[in-house]
Design a protein around this ligand. Structure first.
Ligand code: SF4
Ligand code: SF4
Length: 346
């Protein structure tokens, strides 16, 4: 990052040294602690690999991150060294096995989390009771619904890198994407990212290697808020949507509604910025829930989420959805109001 004219990420990662007998943890940069090279092969520390819900794709959860977000939901492995060393070739072996399970083949423009939502609501009714639930979109057959450790849903032809984020060290991702593409199994490669490592040079490398899509997490519009939340500035991140689309990647953006930190005013500015670039960019507003250093902060309520939703639509974005519904729906009445808003939006 420094060589390319950027600042180092907020990436100090806790680890316990293998040989020294020390109580407590030491700290070093994420690329020293969770990435290693052996005989010209990069290895990345991977916490787990799962068919994730509600995304309905195979998620590769990485340890180590170039941000230190106060609200990180993956802090146990993004901020602390944890997992097994995995090479790009080993990722391609997992991808090959996963391809055998795939029950929905998506086109590249649906290589997103956003588009999972119009296929299945993950209730499992069709499999458990032989009939569809009231909320079922009626798009899939029961044979396309699988159970994974995260629940019921289809398996879409997408492999996603998620959890921590070391896009600032592109080699491991590039080699993994190349090897997945060599399989010729119609698998899309998606990178869920905070955007910090997506320099122009790295974006071009990712494009060349076969990465298809980014799910960009814009954590705040206000730079000071972003710095306090993540440890880093957002100036470059706000320029990324345009650069990503220019290179013909599929793009989805998300922002988290964090009461007192990132509320409707900031979400509206992010939405307006995106709409000026491309109104069709899918935008997900996720409800915050207390974790890590913001454990005691409340989730937003239904009215705050609806306010943010309307602001994003008014800003000109055509594809907006709310996520983490379980964290802002607190009664049947809340649920009915949300259903009505969803019906009105169709
Ligand atoms: S496809 Fe099955 S699991 Fe999915 S929403 Fe419909 S009934 Fe529920
Ligand atoms: S970018 Fe994501 S994984 Fe990294 S610290 Fe922030 S929330 Fe956690």
């Amino acid at each position: 990052m420094i060589i390319q004219g950027f600042r180092q990420g907020s990436c100090l990662t806790f680890y316990k040294p293998d040989k020294l007998h020390i109580d407590g943890y030491l700290k070093d940069t994420a690329c020293q602690v969770t990435l290693k090279w052996e005989e010209n092969t990069p290895y990345r520390l991977i916490k787990s690999i799962q068919l994730s819900r509600p995304e309905d794709y195979l998620s590769v959860y990485q340890s180590g991150c170039n941000f230190s977000c106060l609200k990180c939901h993956s802090w146990e492995f993004s901020q602390y060294k944890s997992g097994k060393w995995v090479s790009p070739y080993e990722i391609s072996l997992v991808a090959k096995e996963y391809a055998k399970l795939v029950t929905v083949v998506e086109p590249k423009n649906r290589a997103t989390s956003y588009h999972a939502q119009d296929l299945c609501k993950h209730c499992g009714y069709c499999v458990k009771f032989g009939e569809r639930s009231e909320i079922c979109p009626n798009r899939l057959k029961p044979e396309q619904i699988l159970i994974s450790s995260q629940g019921y849903g289809p398996a879409r032809n997408i492999i996603a890198f998620t959890g921590g984020d070391l896009a600032c060290n592109p080699e491991w991702y590039c080699l993994a994407a190349e090897k997945i593409k060599e399989l010729n199994l119609c698998l899309w490669v998606l990178f869920e990212t905070n955007g910090y490592g997506l320099t122009l040079k790295n974006l071009d490398l990712f494009k060349k290697s076969g990465i298809d899509a980014f799910w960009l997490d814009i954590k705040a519009w206000d730079n000071e808020t972003h710095k306090k939340l993540t440890g880093c500035e957002n100036t470059w991140i706000l320029k990324l949507p345009e650069e990503i689309l220019k290179r013909d990647f599929t793009l989805e953006v998300l922002s988290l509604y964090i009461p007192t930190w990132v509320e409707t005013d900031q979400i509206k500015k992010i939405a307006k910025h995106l709409a000026q670039i491309e109104p069709e960019i899918p935008f997900t507003i996720l409800a915050f829930f207390g974790e890590y250093k913001l454990k005691d902060l409340n989730s937003p309520n239904l009215y705050q989420m609806l306010d943010a939703y309307r602001a994003a639509k008014d800003a000109g974005l055509k594809n907006v959805r709310l996520g983490n519904i379980g964290h802002f729906i607190n009664s049947e009445k809340d649920y009915e109001i949300l259903l009505q808003v969803a019906k009105d939006a169709i």
